[in-house]
Design a protein around this ligand. Structure first.
Ligand code: SF4
Ligand code: SF4
Length: 412
């Protein structure tokens, strides 16, 4: 395999790990046995009904590519990109560490991302990804919006752009809440203000780099990370709070030395929290007290980047603790939740490049939410909210789709 620029040692790591060659094609990565049924876990494979789209098929393709038995083509590249990188497959894989090899469940997603990087280096990534990559490299957001408009929502939220100049933490807003799902940024800042928290946002925040890492376009990531790390250092804070799981995963997981940190030469020592962790902590300390909201039965969708894709840093309970604490809210669970939650459908660059697949996956999730009897579907991720809301509309489900911060802010 050939990796962009200086990523040769990743090649060595993956080949030493021999991840694809350990795959025994047992097919366990397709389903999860639960409540007397085999529940599907893989959106990509279920959508296509064709082995190369399940992890087992991708492993076979990766192995053949590594051994030079097949060559790259757009047909070979497609299964790797028409995949939400939700990680549910690796959650199911039980191939264990043998002969010093890393287990598949630890390396499946890095492997899929490395294969994407290899495809991109051969010009085989989707055109939609190339376009948003170009926008991030030049305007620091994937939506090709003017960088100077990034914080335009702030005045609307709190009537001022003046926040603390000696902050306890930086609220890292992210591109999607800055330009598209502004409701999340606005609710978050309003909630922090109501709670009297001492925070700031970066005047010159860049994309965190998550869309580039997920889509195999790694080259600009170091510069984006360097800029954001310096900006946080200059704020005087050493803690980052993110409301977007993509940003949260980048800061707490991808930039750590065991993941992309050493590979890309990125280093930071900040403490990193998702908004729900910060607020659940305040709830436990008695600082946060909710008032009643009109009675609502809600169900919670776990974002992949806040759950299983974070391994031991997964955030499952804090959002549930918050929802259970709001008087008037009754939380009911979907059949597939936490480690085995069905993906919302918008991860891994799928929403941009394969919109029909994204909607099909989202409709599956909305149907599962409807089956709980809930009228409101709550998540904690701007991508999840957008795709689940779009899917509810195409399904004609009439489901209210909220970000958890909207509900929290209403109850403060
Ligand atoms: S569960 Fe693991 S070993 Fe089995 S087919 Fe899937 S990737 Fe291969
Ligand atoms: S990451 Fe998700 S969509 Fe991709 S192969 Fe695994 S389970 Fe399927």
């Amino acid at each position: 395999m050939h990796y962009p620029k200086s990523f040769k040692h990743l090649e060595a790591k993956l080949e030493t790990a021999a991840v694809p060659t350990q795959c025994v094609h047992c097919g366990t990565c397709r389903n999860w046995y639960q409540s007397k049924y085999w529940n599907p876990v893989c959106p990509s494979g279920e959508w296509k009904g064709f082995d190369p789209y399940y992890l087992s098929g991708k492993m076979q393709l990766a192995q053949a590519l590594l051994k030079g038995r097949i060559s790259w083509s757009s047909e070979i590249a497609r299964p790797f990109f028409e995949c939400t990188l939700c990680g549910n497959c690796s959650e199911q894989c039980h191939v264990i560490e043998t002969n010093g090899y890393k287990p598949i469940y630890d390396l499946a997603i890095p492997l899929l991302e490395a294969v994407r990087a290899d495809a991109v280096s051969k010009g085989l990534g989707p055109e939609e990804h190339r376009k948003f990559g170009e926008a991030i490299a030049t305007k620091y957001n994937p939506y090709n919006e003017a960088h100077e408009n990034r914080t335009a929502w702030l005045k609307e939220a709190v009537g001022t752009t003046q926040l603390s100049n000696k902050p306890d933490f930086v609220y890292f807003v992210g591109c999607t809440a800055s330009y598209r799902q502004k409701n999340i940024a606005i609710s978050t800042v309003k909630a922090f203000k109501k709670l009297g928290l001492n925070f700031t946002i970066l005047e010159d925040e860049y994309c965190c780099g998550s869309p580039m890492l997920r889509t195999g376009q790694w080259d600009p990531v170091k510069e984006l990370a360097k800029h954001n790390i310096e900006a946080v250092q200059n704020s005087g804070a050493s803690t980052i709070v993110a409301s977007c799981p993509g940003c949260y995963k980048v800061w707490i997981h991808d930039y750590s030395k065991d993941n992309y940190g050493s590979l890309l030469g990125i280093e930071h020592n900040f403490k990193v929290y998702h908004t729900t962790q910060l607020l659940a902590d305040l709830l436990k300390k008695g600082v946060l007290k909710f008032k009643s909201v009109p009675n609502a039965t809600v169900t919670y969708h776990d974002p992949c980047h806040m759950g299983r894709n974070l391994g031991e840093n997964a955030v499952y309970e804090p959002p549930r603790e918050l929802l259970r604490a709001i008087p008037g809210v009754k939380l009911v669970e979907m059949e597939r939740n936490k480690e085995v939650a069905w993906c919302c459908g918008s991860g891994g660059g799928v929403k941009g490049a394969f919109p029909d697949f994204a909607l099909w996956t989202g409709e599956e999730r909305v149907a599962e939410a409807l089956a709980t009897g809930a009228k409101t579907l709550v998540s904690a991720c701007p991508f999840c909210q957008r795709n689940l809301d779009d899917s509810s509309q195409t399904l004609g489900a009439g489901m209210e789709v909220l970000d958890i911060m909207e509900l929290v802010e209403r109850a403060l």
